[in-house]
Design a protein around this ligand. Structure first.
Ligand code: KDG
Ligand code: MG
Length: 406
């Protein structure tokens, strides 16, 4: 099966998505997600200008060889742009191989290890009361695992928080034109977060998994304090408690708390998490298909994690396209050391552009059983939503304006 053409499709049905479509001489096509929120065109250019010319004429079945051709062959390794581009090619090739075999992708990976995929949702509120209402509403929808994020008194905007009264959208922000600036206070947040989980746990009882994302904003000792303060509420995980690039920080965190730790949505390769996994400094690894080199590389990360009792918890925010979601769900159904999958439903506009076989049912998902990863693109509809420049916000310390982690 020879690759005859490959194209990058950039569209913005509510937010930007970058999709690679590979065509073959067998008439089959494969899709890969290449979306890197806020830096979309860098990946599109990396693919169009540097990768696509190398793909034409290659055997689409040689997934492993193509992965190394793009990774080692570039000489310059790693990084989110490179690895998202490689991921897109890899995902499209797995899609093609599974279509050629007439099987859903999870069958090629080794078959289903479970009946269905446990997912967690986002309950976001402007304050504690609103967040509790959102947790209870998501419980009614059947979710057994719920991430709770709340506005913090004294801070106007906080990551993960939605205020419908301010017209906020229930998805990861992608502000147009230039990055917006938020004010941050660690002291206010650290006072507030334990109160939030006290209220949420009381309202929802013991039978729901609760999660929280600190989004890299704490120093190691602050992260340790938060993890310890949250222990009574028995979280499923505390995510990105401190910036992910410093493994030593996680050693300090571990010394102080038994709250399970998740990290890795910003990781691109095994080399970013090797130490954290081998030293069992984290419990869940959040790398996913699009930003960590595709199915081929993600399964390598998962295999290393498995022998150190670290489980997977793939990133699944709405800035990852349905193509990534579909591929991740096949991976989740197979991967032996599965933990949980993040699920933020896409908007109706996005779902219409990316028709898919995966489905949600009362707190669980399934990738479906059509050949391939089960996600397609309606190119005519996609063309109606041209790219719009968009950025994630930035954070500054409230007291003196120092640029901080968002
Ligand atoms: O583009 C950034 C988002 O993907 C990130 O902010 C989402 O932290 C996130 C999460 O846990 O979903
Ligand atoms: Mg996160």
């Amino acid at each position: 099966m020879k690759i005859t053409a490959a194209r990058v499709i950039v569209c913005s049905p509510g937010r930007n998505f970058v999709t690679l479509k590979i065509e073959t001489d067998q008439g089959l096509t494969g899709l890969g997600d290449a979306t890197l929120n806020g830096r979309e065109l860098a990946v599109a250019s990396y693919l169009t200008d540097h990768v696509v010319p190398c793909l034409i004429g290659r055997d689409a079945h040689r997934i492993e060889d193509t992965w190394h051709y793009l990774y080692r062959g570039a000489y310059w390794r790693r990084g989110p742009v490179t690895m998202s581009a490689i991921a897109a090619v890899d995902t499209a090739l797995w899609d093609l191989k599974a279509k050629a075999a007439g099987m859903p992708l999870y069958q090629l990976l080794g078959g289903a290890s479970r009946e269905r995929v446990l997912v967690y949702c986002h309950a976001n509120g402007r304050d504690i009361e609103h967040t509790v209402d959102e947790v209870l509403r998501h419980r009614e929808l059947g979710y057994e695992a719920i991430r709770a994020q709340s506005g913090v008194p004294g801070l106007d905007k906080v990551y993960g928080v939605v205020d419908p009264d301010k017209g906020d959208q229930p998805y990861e922000p992608a502000d147009a034109d230039l990055p917006s600036e938020h004010a941050w206070s660690t002291e206010k947040y650290l006072r507030h977060a334990p109160r939030l989980f006290d209220a949420v746990r009381r309202a929802v009882g013991d039978d729901v998994h609760l999660l929280h994302d600190a989004h890299h904003r704490l120093t190691p000792i602050e992260a340790a304090r938060l993890a310890r303060d949250l222990e009574p509420f028995r979280l499923f995980w505390l995510e990105d408690a401190t910036p992910a690039e410093n493994p030593d920080a996680f050693r300090l965190l571990r010394q102080h708390s038994t709250t399970p730790i998740a990290v890795g949505e910003v990781f691109n390769t095994l080399w970013d998490c090797k130490g954290l996994i081998e030293q069992q400094l984290v419990d869940y690894i959040r790398a996913t298909v699009v930003h960590a080199g595709g199915i081929t590389h993600l399964r390598r990360i998962a295999d290393l994690a498995a022998i150190h009792q670290v489980r997977t918890g793939c990133h699944g925010a709405t800035d990852l396209s349905p193509v990534c979601m579909g591929a991740a769900l096949h991976f989740d159904l197979w991967v032996p050391n599965f933990g949980i999958q993040e699920h933020m439903p896409h908007t109706a506009e996005t779902d219409a552009v990316f028709p898919h076989a995966y489905r949600f049912e009362r707190g669980y998902m399934h990738p479906g059983d059509v050949p391939g990863h089960g996600v397609e693109i309606d190119e005519a509809l996609a063309a109606k939503y041209p790219y719009r420049r968009a950025y994630l916000p930035v954070n500054r310390q409230q007291h003196d304006g120092t640029l901080w982690h968002w």
